[in-house]
Design a protein around this ligand. Structure first.
Ligand SMILES: NC(=O)N[C@@H](CC(=O)O)C(=O)O
Ligand SMILES: [Zn+2]
Length: 422
């Protein structure tokens, strides 16, 4: 089906007509049979790309499936997500990554690009079959033990060396495990007051410092997951200034929420790395503006009710992200569309090697992967109203700006009138 988006504003520019051909490409030719969408007041962005999504399938389909997570992603304006490897079984073989990739194709709502584990079973002992995953149908390029840190420096070095052969990247969950034993939240004034064991900022910063040195030594690509502290930003700033091939992500929740949220012991605010201080939040915002942090990634981490609605220390860390990411970024930065397009689509597509995503909407012939946002709409987050199978959102009851009106994947609508088409 061809579409004509009438009066749309591309990245906040003046109103224009955008034609999506029935071949799935952006075109400058009009088509009489095109479905006309009145896009007055709507902003078109290249389809968002998430480099850090937990889809939970295989293994925890009670929390999310590839299909439900894909629907949540499309409703959030995403056209591609990278599925983290901490499933059960772990995505540490060609078989499992191909399974996830196939499930993504079957759901057909976003491109699901599997991430492969760095080590067998995420156990941090033995390197997984990175080459077999890279040459599989899933064509894995990002490898991560996310949920766990690749703590062994020799293994980390070998993994960085190995992925150079196919321009892969190691995405590190930076957490020095000895420094975070028993940790429940950010180590600071609030953890002292609440009597919860702290997760010190230095546990993240020490690993990032080590890994940028390893990446520099090896000449390989490092990506740092969910950066959460001001000190990490400084380490990254220096590494980038030296030309180290490092990229980094920040989550919407680390750009907005602080450790004070833990005061009511509501586990919906428990996440890894933990929510930090207002000073850290400020540094992360500045780093995203400066480009020291390259992308916003959701770290969408759905959890079943019994894993979240329990006493704080028993609750799993993690919060939903896909359906609220763009509204949170809009509420923090305002309508900086060029910045949003770069940090949420163009740069993540480049990091993940997803050609066809993060493209130029003004260029005829590019794949029609895009989303339409109504920046003037306000909506109230209702956990039960989200498409994710889980409901652990920290934004329940909040009024957020910006509603996704439509999303197109290769010219096919996956969301229309704010509703998923399937
Ligand atoms: N972020 C989290 O708090 N949890 C993630 C794992 C991770 O990204 O570290 C999860 O899989 O639930
Ligand atoms: Zn992580």
């Amino acid at each position: 089906m061809a579409y004509l988006l009438k009066g749309v504003s591309i990245l906040g520019g003046k109103p224009t007509d955008l034609h999506l051909g029935d071949d799935g490409l952006i075109t400058d030719r009009s088509d009489d049979k095109a479905e006309v969408i009145d896009a007055t007041g709507l902003v078109a962005l290249p389809g968002l790309v998430d480099v850090h999504t937990h889809l939970r399938e295989p293994g925890r389909e009670d929390a999310e499936t590839v299909e439900t997570g894909s629907r949540a992603a499309a409703l959030g304006g995403y056209t591609a997500v990278c599925a983290m490897a901490n499933t059960s079984p772990v995505a540490d073989t060609a078989g499992v990554v191909e399974q996830v990739w196939r499930l993504g194709r079957e759901a057909g709502l976003v491109d699901v690009q599997p991430i492969g584990a760095v080590t067998v079973g995420l156990a941090g002992k033995q390197m997984a079959e990175l080459g077999a995953m890279a040459t599989s149908a899933a064509k894995v390029r990002i490898f991560s033990d996310d949920g766990f840190c690749v703590a062994d420096p020799k293994l980390m070095r070998r993994a960085l060396e190995y992925v150079k052969a196919f321009d892969g990247v190691i995405a590190q969950h930076a957490e020095e495990p000895r420094l975070t034993e028993g940790a429940q939240m950010h180590e600071g004034e609030v953890s002292t007051r609440l009597g919860l064991t702290g997760w010190p900022a230095v546990a993240e910063e020490a690993i990032i410092a080590r890994d940028v040195l390893l990446a520099e030594h090896v000449g390989s690509r490092l990506h740092v997951c969910h950066v959460s502290t001001a000190g990490s930003v400084e380490v990254l700033r220096q590494a980038k200034a030296r030309g180290v091939r490092v990229t980094a992500e920040v989550t919407p929740h680390h750009l907005l929420l602080t450790d004070e949220m833990a005061s009511g012991y509501d586990p919906v605010f428990k996440v890894n790395p933990p929510l930090r201080t207002a000073r850290d939040v400020d540094a992360l915002r500045q780093a995203l503006l400066d480009g020291v942090i390259d992308v916003v990634a959701t770290d969408h981490a759905p959890h079943a009710v019994q894993d979240k609605e329990c006493e704080w220390s028993y609750a799993r860390p993690g919060m939903l992200g896909l359906e609220t990411a763009l509204p949170i970024v809009l509420s923090v930065f305002g309508e900086k569309w060029e910045l949003i397009a770069d940090r949420m689509s163009i740069a993540p597509a480049r990091i993940a090697g997803l050609a066809g995503h993060g493209g130029d909407l003004t260029k005829a012939g590019s794949p029609a992967n895009l989303t339409l946002v109504d920046p003037s709409a306000r909506w109230v987050v209702e956990p039960g109203g989200l498409a994710s199978r889980s409901s652990n959102t920290p934004y329940a009851g909040m009024t957020l700006p910006g509603r996704i009106v439509a999303t197109f994947l290769r010219g096919e609508a996956t969301v229309l009138d704010g509703k998923a088409v399937k």
